[in-house]
Ligand binder design. Structure first.
Ligand SMILES: C[S@@+](CC[C@H](N)C(=O)[O-])C[C@H]1O[C@@H](n2cnc3c(N)ncnc32)[C@H](O)[C@@H]1O
Length: 208
């Protein structure tokens, strides 16, 4: 069931009444307290798929680079990437203004100055991403998701990969096939608890 109503987590300006709370994200290497709110994705606890991406997905290389958290929500992925790769700039982008505000505040609270929170159109055109991490917004619908991925994965730097977490029953395998068909070789890095971690080669010519 798709709900594109204004109160949904992927609406630009959620109108659901604010219900702030603090949740914890505990990983082996980092512990974060995160402010969340109604009208954002998974406000009661960090999503299980997001946790899998952060526990078992590829770690970023700590070097000066541009990383992307596509659909940052209140920021769990962006903040962990920024913590693990302090030399990198982590672009945290989202259409949802309330989510962006929370992500910005969460990054500030953890003194992660290398997080750059932005609306999609605010990212300068010349930025190319050395790595992309995302729990993508599957519920926006298949065509919108394809358009979103084509837009952002098409901005990869040489040698870049994307690391996506998608629920199997929400179409992880057909998404993997579509990515392959776009010329981005995709393999299933993990499969656990109904989630797939997809590793996507964004620059198949690199190293050839
Ligand atoms: C599944 S949630 C993941 C949020 C966060 N990364 C997490 O793991 O908790 C996907 C996010 O994508 C955002 N989103 C939806 N459409 C988008 C678009 N066109 N561009 C950027 N972000 C979008 C939603 O607002 C939502 O916050």
């Amino acid at each position: 069931v798709q709900d594109r109503g204004p109160g949904h987590y992927f609406s630009p300006s959620p109108d659901s009444a604010s219900r702030p709370r603090t949740i914890e994200l505990t990983l082996p290497d980092v512990h974060l307290q995160l402010q969340t709110d109604a009208g954002t994705f998974s406000p009661g606890a960090v999503d299980a798929g997001t946790k899998l991406l952060l526990l078992e997905g590829a770690a970023p290389v700590d070097q000066p680079s541009q990383l992307l958290d596509l659909g940052c929500g209140y920021g769990p992925v962006a903040l962990v990437l920024a913590h693990r790769a302090p030399q990198a700039t982590v672009w945290a982008i989202d259409v949802n203004e309330r989510a962006r505000d929370l992500c910005r505040r969460n990054a500030e609270a953890h003194e992660l100055a290398n997080v750059r929170v932005a609306a999609p159109d605010e990212v300068p055109d010349d930025v190319r991403f050395d790595g992309v991490w995302s729990n993508p917004p599957i519920r926006i619908g298949k065509q919108a998701l394809h358009d979103l991925l084509a837009r952002w994965l098409g901005r990869a730097a040489p040698g870049a990969r994307a690391h996506l977490v998608v629920q199997r029953h929400l179409g992880a395998d057909s998404l993997a096939r579509w990515l392959d068909e776009q010329g981005w070789p995709t393999h299933r890095a993990r499969s656990r608890g109904g989630y797939r971690l997809l590793d996507v080669v964004l620059d198949p010519g690199a190293g050839a």
